[in-house]
Structures are given as structure tokens and as C-alpha cells.
Design a protein around this ligand. Structure first.
Ligand SMILES: Cc1ncc(COP(=O)(O)O)c(C=O)c1O
Length: 342
């Protein structure tokens, strides 16, 4: 099967697996795992921040960051279709105790004026006060959209000018860096904290890292413990992460080329709308066509290809490229597209 449902289906290479066998280990709750420390320092360096913290997943990383930034009853400004809002079981509210102010963006890109209106409301005893802004880059449901730098910087300035912090859900921030040619450290410069996933485009089996100031990470270490994220010989997770940060970033360009090839084939189908492909995610909207998502998914499956139904009002499918999806796989997908949409 050619599995295009998500880049989380990536499998570690033999070379990556071998790093586990030779990793130097210790008890990371005691901060004595040298491999974890090395990964955390490397991630912080790549993102231009003071310190890092290994967490078990992107969801845990975002949650821990929210817990550190926020007090119970604080408000958070975030995009309606963001992963934090839709796919993290409401941890923002049920665990971090925060209230979401939602902004419907354009493929994930929020309008700064709308953010400003929320952040600059005059004090009123009835109101929740926004203390955090979250930006997702690249934006998953936005079709892997690379959020323009100017938009990020403008939004961050509004938050900071109004006493709020900025968190970037950078699950795929290295895709954004490779696609835009902007160093990841520049992309996240105005963010106080960032969550990066090792387990997606970077090809690792497990793990995320959050980065920020020394103080932020110190507090986050406690919050990670609260949610059961204190792991012991976690160097077995960190070792592939180090390998990924050193060897798997530049190759993301290949995934982006594959996604573009698939986009081009889909655009040739009359009436099919495809979100502009910036990185490794292709989203096609079947609205107004004769096809149903279930029918299309089944037709792909019969050809040995798995694609994902995107839940929502519009009938949409998602195809994601990653390490393990080869040029030959991509060509096979392109070959069957006209047969499926005929
Ligand atoms: C943008 C974004 N943020 C966070 C996550 C959560 O990561 P995890 O699945 O490791 O919890 C995902 C997962 O797909 C994601 O796409």
C-alpha cells in the first residue's frame, strides 16, 4: 500500500534505528540522560532558543506549553481549524483551564486585525483576558500552508504589545523552513515557545521537543511531569531525534516536490478544487463534483493507495508525502488519478 493518509505513518530508517542501539542512556526524570540533553540542546540551537524539553508527542508539547504560559481562566487566541482547537481533545480547556478565542483564518492564516480586536478590548469585569496567541505553521488543515513571515511577526507583535505570549505549533516548522528558504530560527524568532514534531516529516518513531527560555523550560519540566510525561531512559527516543535534526531536514524538499506533482495531477481534473500546495500536504475539495469522499477513498484503496477523509462540512480528502513515499510511488498516484476521477 502507498499510504498517503498522514506523514505520521513514516517509518524509521535502518540508520536511524541503529542510533538507538548505541545511545548513551540515563534517568531523564533525574536529568541524567545525556542523549536527551543533547537532543534538547540541538533543538534549542536550531530554533534559536535557550533551552528545549523532550515530550512524548505534539499534543503533549502543545499542552505543556499552554500550561506553562497560562493560568486558569486565561484566554488563548487561536485559529478555528488549528490542531490545538480541533484535534487535541480540548486539553487547552480541560487541562490548561483556558478559554479559546477563535479566529477563522484563510487556510490557517489569521487576520491580524481580528487578533488586535481581541487583544485590545478595554478592561471589563465580564471579559476573559487573552494571555496567549497560538500560530500553527505549517498549517495542517490549511493544506500544509506556510504562514507568511510578515503575518507571523505582525500577530506576535500585537500579542506582545498587549502583554500576551506567543506559542508556535511548529509540528511541521521545518517543512515551512525548507519550503520558504527561511531559517527555522527566523520563522520562530518572535515566538516565546515552539513545539516541533520529530515523528512526522522528520521520520522518527516517537517524540516532540518544546523550546523557549530557560525559565519556560524549567516550569514546563514540572508541567510535563504532571501530565505523565516524565520518561526514564528516554535517550532511546532522543537518539533518532538527533539523527533527524542532523540528517532529515533538507530532504523534506523531496516530499514537497512529490506533493506538487500530485497537486498538478489533481488540478487537471475538471471542477476539482485543490488548496495551493506549499509543502507536503495536498487537500482536494470535492464540493460541487459528482464524487463522494467515501467513493474516492475506496477507489484509491482498490489501486493500492490510502488517502484520508478530512472531517468537516465540505467533502475533502488529504494526501500527504513523507520519507518513505518515493518518486515511483508518486508516479503511481499520478497515473491512477485520471482513472479514479473519470
Ligand atoms: C499541526 C499539528 N500539531 C500537533 C499535532 C499533534 O502531534 P501528535 O500526533 O504527536 O500528538 C499534529 C499531528 O498531526 C499536527 O498536525
Amino acid at each position: 500500500m502507498i499510504d498517503l493518509r498522514s506523514d505520521t505513518f513514516t517509518l524509521p530508517s535502518k540508520e536511524m534505528m541503529e542510533t538507538i542501539m548505541t545511545a548513551e542512556l540515563g534517568d531523564d526524570v533525574w536529568e541524567e540522560d545525556p542523549t536527551v540533553k543533547k537532543l534538547e540542546a540541538l533543538a534549542a540551537e536550531k530554533l534559536g532558543k535557550e533551552a528545549g524539553l523532550l515530550v512524548s508527542s505534539g499534543t503533549q508539547g502543545n499542552l505543556v506549553a499552554e500550561m506553562t504560559h497560562l493560568n486558569r481562566g486565561d484566554g488563548v487566541v487561536l485559529e478555528t481549524e488549528s490542531h490545538i482547537n480541533l484535534y487535541e481533545v480540548g486539553g487547552l480547556s480541560q487541562i490548561a483551564g483556558a478559554y479559546p478565542f477563535l479566529i477563522k483564518g484563510q487556510n490557517g492564516m489569521m487576520n491580524p486585525q481580528e487578533a488586535e480586536a481581541i487583544f485590545t478590548r478595554a478592561y471589563n469585569v465580564h471579559y476573559v483576558e487573552p494571555k496567549l496567541l497560538c500560530i500553527e505553521n505549517t498549517h495542517n488543515r490549511g493544506g500544509g500552508k506556510v504562514i507568511p513571515q510578515e503575518n507571523i511577526d505582525t500577530l506576535a507583535k500585537i500579542a506582545h504589545d498587549n502583554g500576551a505570549s506567543v506559542h508556535m505549533d511548529g509540528a511541521r516548522v521545518f517543512n515551512a523552513a525548507v519550503a520558504s528558504g527561511t531559517p527555522a530560527s527566523r520563522i520562530v524568532r518572535e515566538a516565546d515557545s515552539v513545539q516541533i514534531c520529530l515523528s512526522k516529516g522528520l521520520g522518527c518513531p516517537i517524540g516532540s521537543v518544546i523550546v523557549g527560555t530557560e525559565d519556560f523550560i524549567h516550569q514546563s519540566r514540572k508541567n510535563r511531569k504532571v501530565v505523565g510525561g516524565g520518561m526514564r531512559q528516554a535517550g532511546i527516543i532522543a537518539a533518532p531525534g538527533i539523527f533527524a535534526l542532523n540528517n532529515m531536514i533538507e530532504r523534506l524538499a523531496e516530499d514537497h516536490v512529490h506533493a506538487k506533482i500530485i497537486e498538478k495531477a489533481l488540478l487537471e481534473i475538471p471542477n476539482l478544487k485543490v488548496k495551493d500546495v506549499d509543502s507536503n500536504i495536498v487537500i482536494a475539495d470535492l464540493t460541487g463534483t459528482k464524487w463522494t469522499t467515501e467513493g474516492v477513498i475506496e477507489a484509491f484503496k482498490k489501486k493500492g493507495i490510502l488517502v484520508l477523509k478530512i472531517p468537516g462540512i465540505q467533502p475533502m480528502i488529504r494526501l500527504v508525502t513523507y520519507f518513505g513515499i518515493t518518486r515511483e510511488d508518486t508516479e503511481k498516484v499520478v497515473e491512477v488519478i485520471p482513472e479514479i476521477f473519470n
